[in-house]
Design a protein around this ligand. Structure first.
Ligand SMILES: Cc1cc2nc3c(=O)[nH]c(=O)nc-3n(C[C@H](O)[C@H](O)[C@H](O)COP(=O)(O)OP(=O)(O)OC[C@H]3O[C@@H](n4cnc5c(N)ncnc54)[C@H](O)[C@@H]3O)c2cc1C
Length: 273
C-alpha cells in the first residue's frame, strides 16, 4: 500500500497551524472538508494521512481557529467518496514522483480513522523530524553522485592537452565538494548515533537538513559546471540532482524556516510570532 502525507495547504505552507481543512463529527463518523497541496504520491496512494482541525476533538471540545490544539490526523482511503487527487503538472523538479492537490468534499471516515494520541501540530512535526533526518542523508547521497561524476569527468576530459582535473581550478572545486561531503557525512553519522541513543533534538535535525541540502545544492551546481556543455544533458546526473535538490530545499521545512528554528534555539527569541 502506498501512502501519502497531507499537511501542506494552498494557503498554508510554512505555517501549517493555520490550516483550513476541517473535520466535524457526525454520529459515528468524521466528515472532512478542505484541500491539500504539493502532496507527494497523492494520486498514486491508496491511503492518505490527512491533517485537519477537529475542534470537537480538542481538549476543551471548542472550535478554536487560531490555536493548533485541534489538529488531528485521519487515515483516509483514497477511494473514499468525495476524495479527489489531481497531479500538479509542469514540474521541473522531482519529475519521477507525483505531486498532487488533494480535494476533500464531505469525505466520511469512521470514528476509528482518527489517529489516537496525536493532538496538536506537534504530531505531524514529529513525523517531519524523522523524515528530515532521512533527507539529511539523502542530500549527501545526491552530492556524492555529483562529486563522483565530476571526478570521473575531470580525469577523462582533455582540454589544453591535459585532463581538466590537472588544472588547479578544477582540483579546488573537487576538494571543496569532497570537504563538504565529508563534513555532512560526519554530522549526520553523529546525529544518527544520537538518534539511536534517543537523544537527538528537532533543532539538531534542522541543522543537518539545512546544512546538507544547502551544500548538496551547491555541489550539484559545481559538478554541472565542471562538466561543461555535457553537464546540461540528461545523460549526466548532476543537473537532474541540481533540479531535484531545489524541491528538497523547499520541502520538509524550507531552508529559511530551519534558519529560524536554529535562530530561536540559540537566542531563545521566536521569530515566528
Ligand atoms: C516536490 C514537493 C513535494 C512535497 N511533498 C509534500 C508532501 O508530501 N506533504 C506535504 O504536506 N507537503 C509537501 N510539500 C510541500 C512543502 O512542505 C511546502 O512547499 C513547504 O512547506 C513550503 O511551503 P510553500 O511552498 O507554501 O512556501 P511558503 O510557505 O509560501 O514560503 C515561500 C517563501 O517564503 C519563505 N518564508 C515563509 N515563512 C517565512 C518566515 N517566517 N520568515 C522568512 N521567510 C519565510 C519561505 O522560506 C519561502 O522561501 C512538497 C513540496 C514539494 C516542492
Amino acid at each position: 500500500v502506498i501512502g501519502c502525507f497531507g499537511l501542506t495547504e494552498p494557503d498554508y505552507g510554512s505555517n501549517p497551524s493555520g490550516m483550513i481543512t476541517r473535520a466535524r463529527k457526525d454520529g459515528n463518523e468524521w466528515v472532512l472538508n478542505g484541500a491539500k497541496m504539493w502532496i507527494t504520491n497523492g494520486s498514486t496512494a491508496q491511503v492518505a494521512i490527512v491533517w485537519a482541525k477537529a475542534p470537537e476533538a480538542s481538549g476543551d471540545g471548542k472550535g478554536d481557529d487560531k490555536s493548533d490544539r485541534s489538529i488531528r490526523g485521519f487515515i483516509v482511503p483514497t477511494d473514499t467518496k468525495g476524495f479527489k487527487a489531481k497531479d500538479q503538472k509542469g514540474k521541473l523538479s522531482l519529475r519521477a514522483s507525483d505531486t498532487s492537490e488533494l480535494v476533500l468534499e464531505d469525505v466520511r471516515v469512521p470514528a476509528s480513522a482518527m489517529l489516537p494520541k496525536s493532538s496538536g501540530l506537534k504530531s505531524p512535526l514529529m513525523c517531519l523530524t524523522q523524515a528530515r533526518y532521512g533527507i539529511a542523508w539523502g542530500a549527501i547521497g545526491a552530492a556524492i553522485a555529483c562529486y563522483e561524476e565530476a571526478l570521473a569527468y575531470a580525469k577523462n576530459r582533455v582540454m589544453f592537452d591535459r585532463p581538466i582535473g590537472g588544472f588547479q581550478l578544477q582540483q579546488a572545486r573537487l576538494a571543496d565538494m569532497l570537504t563538504e561531503i565529508v563534513k555532512g557525512q560526519l554530522l549526520t553519522l553523529h546525529l544518527g548515533r544520537m538518534k539511536d541513543a534517543g537523544t537527538f533534538t528537532p533543532q539538531q535535525v534542522s541543522l543537518a537538513k539545512r546544512n546538507n541540502v544547502s551544500v548538496a545544492t551547491d555541489i550539484a551546481r559545481e559538478a554541472r559546471r565542471l562538466l561543461g556543455a555535457n553537464g546540461i544533458l540528461a545523460e549526466y546526473a548532476s543537473m537532474r540532482h541540481m533540479a531535484n535538490l531545489e524541491s528538497v530545499y523547499t520541502y520538509e521545512g524550507t531552508h529559511d524556516i530551519h534558519t529560524l528554528i536554529l535562530g530561536q534555539a540559540v537566542t531563545g527569541l521566536n521569530a515566528f510570532k
